[in-house]
Design a protein around this ligand. Structure first.
Ligand code: RFL
Ligand code: PHB
Length: 391
């Protein structure tokens, strides 16, 4: 098989890249190790930045998001038993976020690629990348036990944190930066009406808690847990008790409870691999960097990476230009590190750290009070949260 761009991974990065290239007449083949059903059912992110929403709309894949997504103009920071609203739109010249689940974005992208006769090879196992240093790289893989090869001009490594692409760069040619946090997030889905019209990020002495939403009848909530916890250790009654304790306000607000339909635990880390390019291989999304979910940046960063990468590939195929490809890593990394800082800052301000002393607690509260009373500081949060401009 021969194509222009071989893409490993059908997550937000890989599928969006394939879609953007297709709109400019550039062919790609997407290889995905999981089944289509598994990809379309995996629960992950929920918050889309304004720029991500604009891109989905501008490229013809935003129709269902416009119908089913919920636009939010603010978020709440809750501490000391009180809520404090950050008016995202007022602070950013009218920008907002949209709540629309990542797997719904993926369903829309997969449908668009298949409708345009695009090639997505699901259940492609044992992918390996070859000849990255030359001008004719290739990807070998197996489908149903049969070995196949995609020959291409470029490879986009969009296969997430546990993929093969990053590891295909020799260790001596990459540098990895990382922080592992001493806590995880326990996430639930519950069948209940929304507890709040906007997301609530809570700092509490028992630990962080987050109230998010998926639809008028399904809500997504998280609380900070021990990273060694297992979902079986938490009964529904104990989970709700924890949410009530952390989220309660002085005026009697409590979350709306319902049957819990799903539970999972998310590890928290910050990670960046530099550079994002090795010869003809370009890394994008979680394959190259991870942020803790506190800033809701991961999916949005993946989309921003492939926007930059697609422009570079388009300039190469249209005008024979190499310069944007040469600058891809540097351009994308500037945004990546900004998001790394924002996500680390939000995480540090809102969570309880083991062994924390009262001095640290006072610093966190001072920061929260500042963010919720100073317009410039609130603007810093707001402009990062809704997403900084691409350039
Ligand atoms: P993905 O989504 O991990 O997709 C990679 C795909 O590659 C496949 N793959 C392979 N395919 C072929 N061969 C191989 N060897 C392969 N190895 C892996 C995988 O099966 C998969 O389908 O990476 P991508 O595209 O870079 O997208 C990144 C985002 O998924 C991720 O950053 C976000 O989900 C992070 N995140 C959030 N981001 C946001 O922007 N807003 C949020 O509100 C938000 N909330 C979250 C989150 C992540 C969470 N978890 C579970 C880590 C909330 C949570 C709980
Ligand atoms: C979610 O709805 O899953 C979600 C929302 C905000 C975050 C992280 C996850 O910061």
């Amino acid at each position: 098989m021969r194509t222009q761009v071989g893409i490993v991974g059908a997550g937000p990065a890989g599928l969006m890249l394939s879609h953007l290239l297709h709109l400019e007449g550039i062919e790609s083949v997407v290889l995905e190790s999981r089944s289509r059903d598994a990809v379309e059912a995996t629960l992950r992110a929920g918050v889309l930045e304004q720029g991500t929403v604009d891109l989905l709309n501008a490229t013809g894949v935003g129709t269902r998001m416009q119908r089913e997504g919920a636009v939010h103009h603010g978020i709440e920071l809750r501490f000391g038993g009180r809520g404090h609203r950050i008016d995202l739109s007022a602070l950013t010249g009218g920008k907002a976020i949209t709540l629309y689940a990542q797997h719904e974005v993926l369903k829309d992208l997969i449908a668009a690629r298949l409708a345009a006769q695009g090639t997505i090879l699901f259940e492609a196992q044992d992918a390996s990348l070859h000849d990255l240093d030359g001008s004719a790289p290739s990807i070998r893989f197996q489908i149903a036990g049969t070995g196949q090869t995609v020959h291409c001009d470029f490879i986009a490594g969009c296969d997430g944190f546990h993929g093969v692409s990053r590891l295909s760069i020799p260790e001596s040619r990459r540098t990895e930066y990382s922080r592992v946090y001493p806590f995880g997030w326990f996430g639930i889905l519950t069948r209940a009406p929304p507890s709040s019209p906007e997301l609530i990020y809570t700092h509490h002495e028992r630990g962080f808690a987050l109230v998010s939403t998926r639809s008028p009848d399904i809500q997504r909530l998280y609380f900070q847990c021990d990273p060694r916890d297992t979902v079986d250790g938490w009964s529904d009654a104990r989970i709700w008790e924890e949410f009530r304790a952390r989220l309660a306000t002085h005026d009697g607000w409590l979350p709306r409870e319902g049957p819990i339909t799903q539970k999972n635990i998310v590890a928290m880390r910050s990670f960046v691999c530099e550079p994002l390019r090795h010869g003809r291989l370009f890394l994008a999304g979680d394959a190259a960097h991870i942020v803790p979910p506190t800033g809701a940046k991961g999916l949005n960063l993946a989309v921003a990476d492939v926007r930059v990468l697609s422009r570079a590939l388009i300039a190469f195929y249209r005008e024979g230009r190499q310069d944007l490809l040469d600058r891809y890593s540097e351009t994308a990394l500037a945004r990546v590190w900004r998001a790394e800082h924002f996500s680390w800052w939000m995480t540090s301000m809102l969570h309880q750290f083991p062994g924390k002393d009262p001095f640290q607690e006072r610093l966190q509260l001072a920061e929260l009070r500042y963010v919720t009373t100073s317009r410039p500081k609130a603007t810093t949060l707001a402009e990062n949260y809704v997403g900084l401009p691409l350039e």
